[in-house]
Design a protein. Structure first.
Length: 230
């Protein structure tokens, strides 16, 4: 009987060959792809355009992504701002258009994380501090009439851009040149009426409206030289 001696290096080579023959995918690295459906991609949110919007929500933004294996055109992803899921309005292979939700924790200007989940739920990407909710803007467009006696007592209507001042627990205030106006009443969602206070001097003054919206967020609008005391 002949006994054949084998060097240690030959044993290791033999084992490597047998492993490569009988274990799928163990071919010395030549396969390079996914095995058994496992994911090799690392999804990311590249940017959000624009990356800020009204705390009241309703802004359309684009979330640009990379690395997601699900085809967004076939299965819509889920998108969250902070903890709130929002509406997806359009998709392509690497971006998602959504409408921002209202800030779930309104406290003035605030930055939140944005998260995208694939429809399968197997891939998730988060952009930390990816979006900033800003205090709702409002503009006092016009005071009608825009002139009145310096003694005050003139009934005027202030037209605003956007129904911002609607929180009944925090009454809206109006000042003319820093002096509070009495008898404020809402005519419509974008118009309010008040009585002009007595002016400190003749000439134009700033009209400032302040209050809170239905979410409790501060709203302020000022119109320089909006009313002239005569």
């Amino acid at each position: 009987m002949r006994v054949r001696t084998v060097r240690p290096g030959q044993v290791l080579l033999f084992v490597a060959v047998m492993v490569s023959l009988f274990l799928p995918g163990c071919d010395g690295g030549s396969s390079g792809g996914r095995q058994g459906g496992s994911s090799t991609a690392n999804p990311e949110i590249m940017r959000i355009i624009p990356d800020s919007g009204d705390a009241g929500g309703g802004d359309t933004v684009t979330v640009v992504t990379t690395g997601f294996e699900d085809d967004f055109t076939l299965s819509l992803p889920r998108v969250f701002f902070d903890s709130v899921e929002t509406w997806v309005t359009a998709v392509d292979a690497s971006s998602v258009d959504v409408v921002t939700p209202p800030d779930p924790n309104p406290s003035g200007t605030r930055t939140v994380d944005v998260r995208v989940e694939s429809a399968s739920g197997f891939q998730v990407a988060t952009l930390v501090a990816g979006f900033t909710f800003t205090v709702p803007s409002a503009a006092c467009l016009e005071v009608t009439p825009n002139t009145g006696t310096v003694l005050g007592g003139q009934a005027v209507t202030i037209t605003m851009l956007g129904p911002c001042f609607l929180d009944p627990s925090d009454p809206t205030t109006v000042t003319f040149g820093g002096v509070l106006a009495p008898n404020i009443t809402f005519i419509t969602f974008t118009q309010l009426g008040c009585i002009t206070p007595q002016g400190a001097a003749l000439g134009p003054v700033e009209v400032l409206v302040s209050g809170k919206d239905a979410s409790g967020i501060d709203c302020v609008c000022a119109q320089p030289d909006a009313f002239t005391y005569q």
